[in-house]
Design a binder for this molecule. Structure first.
Ligand code: ECB
Length: 134
């Protein structure tokens, strides 16, 4: 039985989001707004099928994928670059590799106690987010 990430999750910490956004080339004004946000994630998981909706007062982003099936990701409203994304299980961690213009781009989700963790990577920057159940 895989881990179940399903639920509604509220951001409680966001380390080095600034560095991650700079690595993605997000402009100053957008970064100032984005840093203030407390996004919520709604995750619907059915076995190896995922729907992840990240919402905020500023922008929303949604993603649907199946484990092991590469897909075209259009990072609309984020950095607006396209990439090829592949999500796999690494033990109980959900690991996404986003292949494209930016080196070393991807993210990892895992559960720790009652918290949802997310590491966002781009080039030499790592942003660490923690969410609690709503
Ligand atoms: C959607 C809420 C954040 C909106 C921030 C707006 C502008 C900043 C532009 C680019 C920054 C890059 C990413 C924002 C951080 C989080 C959004 C979703 C990150 C993501 O890829 O989550 C994965 C894993 O949960 C599922 O899409």
């Amino acid at each position: 039985m895989p881990v179940d990430f399903s639920g509604t999750w509220n951001l409680i910490s966001n380390d080095n989001f600034e560095g991650y956004m700079v690595a993605l080339g997000i402009d100053f004004a957008t970064r100032k707004i984005a840093k203030m946000l407390k996004p919520q994630k709604v995750i619907k998981q059915d076995g190896d099928s995922f729907y992840i909706h990240t919402t905020s007062t500023f922008r929303d982003y949604s993603l649907q994928f199946r484990i092991g099936e590469e897909f075209e990701e259009d990072n609309k409203g984020l950095d607006n670059r396209k990439c090829k994304s592949l999500v796999t299980w690494e033990n109980d961690k959900l690991v996404c590799v986003q292949t494209g213009e930016k080196k070393n781009r991807g993210w990892t989700h895992w559960l720790e106690g009652d918290d949802l963790h997310l590491e966002l990577r781009c080039e030499n920057q790592v942003c660490k987010q923690v969410f609690k159940r709503a």
